[in-house]
Design a protein around this ligand. Structure first.
Ligand SMILES: Nc1nc2c(ncn2[C@@H]2O[C@H](COP(=O)(O)OP(=O)(O)OP(=O)(O)O)[C@@H](O)[C@H]2O)c(=O)[nH]1
Ligand SMILES: [Mg+2]
Length: 637
């Protein structure tokens, strides 16, 4: 039986942004709608449709859809399919667009115009948006928009996606449009909805001839080399120098995460200590004071201290994303990844997973090969997400001395680098194993990836994106982390200890009992009952492990400065073997619940998330066991 649904579509006109990847659709979408969707200098940034509203100067409201970039209307990957489904009116709960804005990168007309010709065949009203005219002008490329409009038989409007007023002409055009009668902008429909290979290949040749003719008529058929990018690439993509620069760069980032964060972290810690002291003085010693100080201040405050480190890491990730270096790094690592059975295509989804596995897993939609995509999803949680950074940073500050090594290298930064590397190597190992299990005639396709021009990241954009990151983190701190901390505080405080009990009250609480039970499972890898408790709420979000440890230990001690006392407390009560084992655990530890939900949604069932959970648990346990036993062997117990 087929399901029948009735959709009630909004009455406002729907306008879709269509274009090749990285031509600036999202930048324009943000300008038109005032949204803040992710813009970055590589292909495949947008992987789902996003909607926003634009109020025209006439007062009319139109709905705008940002779509994933597409090379053709014959979809080869999931993100391209999203775009095609919208254009053909097959997207769930969405009507067919009333108008298509075909966005062109002025610097790459040859490839971009082919998509315009394909869009024409859709039979939908179409307007061409010539974006990046600022770069074209700078490079001395003269594009006659009126002549292009005549060649294409469609209106052409120039825009600059990165300037505040860059879409004003487009807005003015949309305001003057007769929205009740758009049919004049539509071309005769030739093969609406025909996505077959034959139909596609029939058009390729005729489109190529037509594009060639248009460019010749516009006197644009000569290629203008991007000298700046070419010169930089001669060094950055050099077979020997390139990988060295990449390694040094990554090294530098991890050093900076520790070195630059020292003062802001101190500041946050001092403020929290001051607040803790103040509350202790002001409030009577009761359960409410315990909730505020041992629960919220110790737990949530403990996580908050790591904000500077997270922002420093994001500063570098964002700057790299905007500069255009990322696809180059993918190119440099392609051969290496090929050995593990992955293609360079997986690089960007995996790199995004350093921020959080969720956008990383979403980004795999741009991988056309289904098997490659699945393997990338399976290994993405091993990339160290930013939520794990506080856990690493806590353990490193407690157990790794702040020693300077050669070239002023800091041992703490080096250990952090090693932990990230361990995750990457683990992921490559699993990918290699999966390659042997999944297919006998395995073949890695050569990497076909566009190398965008280099851009100097704009400081204002960087600042806004960093602010957004801080907001996301603070929302987590004030949301899930606060909630889990209060829950854990309650579970650790009640029931109250029996009359005449001698141990710390937490020992008699629900959490205490649960921790003791769990520590039977975790004792062989050196985890005590406090760590065992913290791992459970840590499933909700990794940072919760830090806040949980802080709460559990704060409840076991009596100090006003509980928020900052965690480092000396754990460094004096845990053995180095335990700390190393916990670090090893977190390199592989099963992903958080929201990642599991994303994997379920993206793979369409419970099978993959369950496989993922089990193998990560097994790996984490194994890694911790080996680490713990080796550390004991060397007398670090
Ligand atoms: N100089 C210049 N840069 C632009 C312009 N429009 C966009 N950009 C930059 O081009 C890059 C790509 O922009 P996006 O908006 O992410 O491109 P997209 O078409 O949405 O890309 P996908 O989502 O991957 O399909 C970013 O680095 C933008 O800052 C423009 O008009 N001029
Ligand atoms: Mg985009």
């Amino acid at each position: 039986m087929t399901e029948s649904k009735v959709h009630f579509f909004a009455k406002e006109p729907l306008v879709a942004l269509l274009g090749n990847p990285n031509c600036g659709k999202t930048a324009l979408f943000n300008l038109l709608t005032g949204s803040r969707q992710k813009v970055a200098n590589y292909s495949g940034v947008t992987v789902e449709r996003k909607e926003g509203n634009l109020t025209l100067s006439s007062g009319k409201v139109i709905r705008i859809l940002d779509l994933p970039g597409a090379y053709s209307l014959y979809p080869r990957s999931l993100d391209e399919r999203v775009t095609c489904d919208v254009l053909h009116g097959r997207a769930a709960g969405e009507k067919r667009p009333d108008l298509v804005l075909c966005v062109l990168n002025a610097m790459n007309l040859r490839a971009n115009l082919r998509l315009v010709l394909a869009a024409k065949r859709l039979g939908l009203p179409c307007v061409v948006v010539l974006n990046m005219v600022d770069i074209a002008k700078r490079q001395g490329l003269q594009i006659d928009a009126a002549a292009l409009a005549k060649e294409l038989g469609m209106p052409v409007i120039s825009t600059v996606g990165i300037q505040a007023k860059g879409a004003n002409d487009l807005k003015a055009y949309l305001a003057d449009l007769d929205w009740r009668n758009l049919a004049g902008l539509a071309q005769a429909s030739i093969d609406e909805g025909d996505e077959t290979v034959t139909a596609h290949s029939e058009h390729i040749e005729s489109d190529n001839i037509q594009v060639h003719r248009i460019l010749k008529n516009l006197n644009l058929d000569h290629v203008i080399p991007d000298q700046f990018s070419d010169r930089l690439d001669a060094v950055l993509l050099h077979p020997v120098i390139g990988p060295i620069i990449l390694t040094v760069l990554l090294f530098f980032i991890f050093q900076a995460v520790f070195a630059w964060a020292v003062y802001p972290m101190e500041l946050i810690k001092d403020s929290l200590d001051w607040l803790g002291g103040l509350l202790t003085q002001l409030l009577p010693d009761n359960w409410f004071r315990s909730l505020l100080i041992d629960g919220i201040l110790a737990g949530v405050g403990g996580v908050l201290t790591f904000l500077p480190q997270i922002l420093i890491l994001f500063f570098f990730i964002l700057a790299l994303e905007e500069s255009g270096y990322l696809p180059r790094a993918a190119y440099l690592l392609d051969r290496l990844m090929g050995r593990a059975g992955l293609s360079g295509r997986s690089f960007i989804p995996l790199l995004s997973s350093f921020a959080c596995a969720i956008p990383g897993i979403m980004a795999t939609r741009s991988i056309s090969n289904a098997r490659d995509r699945l393997i990338t999803i399976l290994i993405a949680p091993m990339m160290t997400c930013s939520a794990r950074l506080p856990v690493y940073a806590l353990l490193i500050s407690a157990f790794i001395p702040h020693t300077k090594l050669w070239f002023d290298l800091d041992l703490q930064g080096l250990v952090l680098f090693a932990l990230y590397l361990a995750g990457i190597l683990g992921a490559m190992g699993v990918a290699w194993l999966l390659k042997h299990f999944t297919s006998k005639q395995f073949k890695v396709n050569a990497l076909m990836m566009e190398l965008p021009s280099y851009h100097l990241p704009r400081v204002s954009n960087l600042a806004i994106s960093l602010w957004q990151r801080a907001e996301i983190f603070l929302r987590r701190v004030g949301g899930i982390i606060l909630l889990m901390t209060i829950t854990l505080w309650a579970l650790s405080s009640f029931p109250l200890p029996p009359e005449g009990a001698t141990g710390a009250p937490i020992q008699y609480s629900i959490a205490g009992m649960l921790g003791h039970a769990l520590s039977i499972v975790f004792a062989p890898i050196g985890f005590n009952w406090q760590i065992s408790i913290a791992l459970v709420p840590g499933m909700a979000a990794r940072e919760v492990v830090v806040s949980s440890l802080a709460t559990v230990y704060a409840l076991s001690s009596t100090g006003a400065d509980a928020a900052s006392a965690l480092v000396p407390l754990i460094s004096s009560t845990w053995s180095l073997a335990t700390a190393l084992s916990l670090l090893a655990w977190f390199v592989f530890a099963p992903q958080c619940l929201s990642t599991i939900a994303t994997v379920k949604r993206e793979t369409g069932g419970w099978k993959i998330p369950i496989i993922m959970l089990s193998y990560l648990f097994f790996l984490a346990y194994l890694a911790s066991f080996i680490t713990y036993r080796i550390a004991l062997f060397f007398g670090l117990g």
